[in-house]
Structure formats: C-alpha cells, structure tokens
Design a protein around this ligand. Structure first.
Ligand SMILES: C[S@@+](CC[C@H](N)C(=O)[O-])C[C@H]1O[C@@H](n2cnc3c(N)ncnc32)[C@H](O)[C@@H]1O
Length: 251
C-alpha cells in the first residue's frame, strides 16, 4: 500500500522531533567508515538531513514521490554544501540498487514496519546484505500485546506544539489486527489548531503496518546472514523491557 500521509503534515508533526540520542546513534555509526550512508524510508529527511549537516553524504531511498518532493523542498533551504551531500532515490527498500557497497544502511522511525509480509521484509534484508560492508541499524516500535488484543481501539498518540505555534494532535484508530500475520490497519488522524484554538486541519490517512517482536527480529537477521550486534530499547542503551521501542545494530 502506498504511504498516503500528507508530507507537509508529516513534517509539522515530526520534522524537528529527534528522539533523545537518535542523531548521535546514527552519527556514531556513520563516522566509522568513508563514503555515503544510505537511509531507507528517507521520508522528508528528518534524520538524513541532520547527518548531511554534520558532513556525511547521504543517499535517501523512499518509495513515495510526495515524501521525496518534501525532502527536496527542505534541501532547497539548506546551505549548498549540505544540499550537495544528499542524493534522493525513488525506489522500494525491497529492491533498491546502489552502484557500490556502503558502510552504513539505516532505517529509522519504524519505516521497516511498512513491509507487511515476511517475503517483503526478507527481500529488503537481502538487498541490504548485498550492498553492505559495515552496519545495518534502525528502530521500530515494540509491539504491545495487550493493546493489539483489544482492536479495534483508539489512541491519542501525542499532542505537541509545532515551531509555528500551532498545536498538533495525532490520534490513531486501529481498525483491525491480524494476530496471525502480525499486521494491523490503522486510520490516523492529524488535527492542527491555531494558537487561538481554531481548527485548521482535520485529515485522515490510512496505513497498514506490521509488528515484529525482538526474538523474531533476531531470527530474521540471522536467517539473512547478519550478526546482531545490539538490540536495545532506545538510543541511549535503555533496556528493551523498559520502553516502547527497539533499536538495533547488525553487521
Ligand atoms: C514513518 S516514515 C519515516 C521517514 C523518515 N525516515 C523519518 O525518520 O522521519 C516512513 C517512510 O517510509 C517510506 N516507505 C514505506 N514503504 C517503503 C518501501 N517499501 N520502500 C521505501 N520507502 C518506503 C514512506 O514513504 C515514508 O516516507
């Protein structure tokens, strides 16, 4: 399924929202080799743009032309040296092709969960393996079995104030969970309010995502020839059991 989120609203919600330690986590890995690093599911460049600002060359792979267009617009506003470090590539992470191997491929912010079947997940891992001479890293949400059993359910994901002063409310309505295939279909709502409280936007988009447990992830990586170096609950060494996130590094 195509990612149907409106890119400008994605940015309003997330653009300046790096998680504690997130940039450091990828930057540390990026500095361990030379040449470009590759971000899968680049979106509008929340992480990749920051790495480019730090001096790294970044290839941003995304299937969505609209998200890449949003990234292009952001790049226009960057200094030329930052802009020139970023190359955008419209392709699926299941069959992207690079001319040479790279020392870091990373997939942040649950983008990997957009691959819903194990065939797609393994196809992606095989492409990564083929193009990698260093580390494969990323993060995705840790599933909450209690909540998955309750579908359908509604949840307010967050309320935040954007830099513009607008208040953004994101909520999601999980319509259906397939407990056997580990996929769920979610209706996501983004509401935007002016500082005075007037509703400016009320937009819905749907999304189908998978969930993956830690020990399953370990097996998938092993099956595709990776060695898991680290599986934690955050970017600063948090134990897996304490948080809602998995972070990993494999080689
Ligand atoms: C949650 S966003 C993450 C964007 C960005 N990495 C970030 O950290 O903000 C997921 C991104 O993955 C992209 N995506 C989904 N399926 C994909 C696929 N099969 N191949 C490449 N990109 C994909 C979407 O278009 C979207 O831009």
């Amino acid at each position: 399924m195509e990612y149907t989120v409106r890119p400008d609203l994605y940015d309003l919600r997330h653009f300046d929202e790096l998680m504690p330690g997130e940039l450091n986590f990828y930057e540390r890995l990026a500095t361990q080799g030379v040449g470009p690093v590759v971000e899968l599911g680049f979106g509008s460049g929340r992480v990749g743009l920051e790495l480019a600002r730090c001096g790294h060359e970044v290839i941003g792979v995304d299937r969505s032309g609209a998200m890449l267009e949003q990234a292009r617009q952001r790049l226009e506003r960057e200094k030329p040296e930052t802009r020139n470090r970023v190359r955008l590539m419209q392709a699926s992470m299941t069959d992207f092709k690079l001319e040479e191997k790279t020392h870091l491929i990373y997939v942040p912010f649950s983008a990997f969960l957009h691959l819903r079947t194990q065939q797609e997940q393994r196809a992606c891992l095989r492409q990564v393996r083929k193009h990698l001479k260093g580390f494969f890293a990323g993060s995705f949400f840790r599933p909450d079995p209690q909540r998955l059993l309750k579908s359908p359910y509604e949840h307010v994901d967050f309320v935040r104030t954007a830099r513009s002063g607008e208040r953004v409310v994101q909520s999601s309505y999980t319509l259906e969970c397939d407990l056997h295939e580990q996929t769920r279909s979610v209706l996501m709502r983004t509401e935007v309010f002016s500082p005075e409280g007037e509703q400016l936007e009320n937009v819905l988009h749907d999304c189908e995502i998978a969930w993956i447990y830690g020990r399953e992830w370990r097996l998938l990586l092993e099956l595709e020839g990776f060695k898991l170096e680290l599986l934690e609950g955050g970017f600063q060494g948090e134990p897996v059991s304490d948080t809602w996130l998995y972070t990993w590094v494999a080689s």
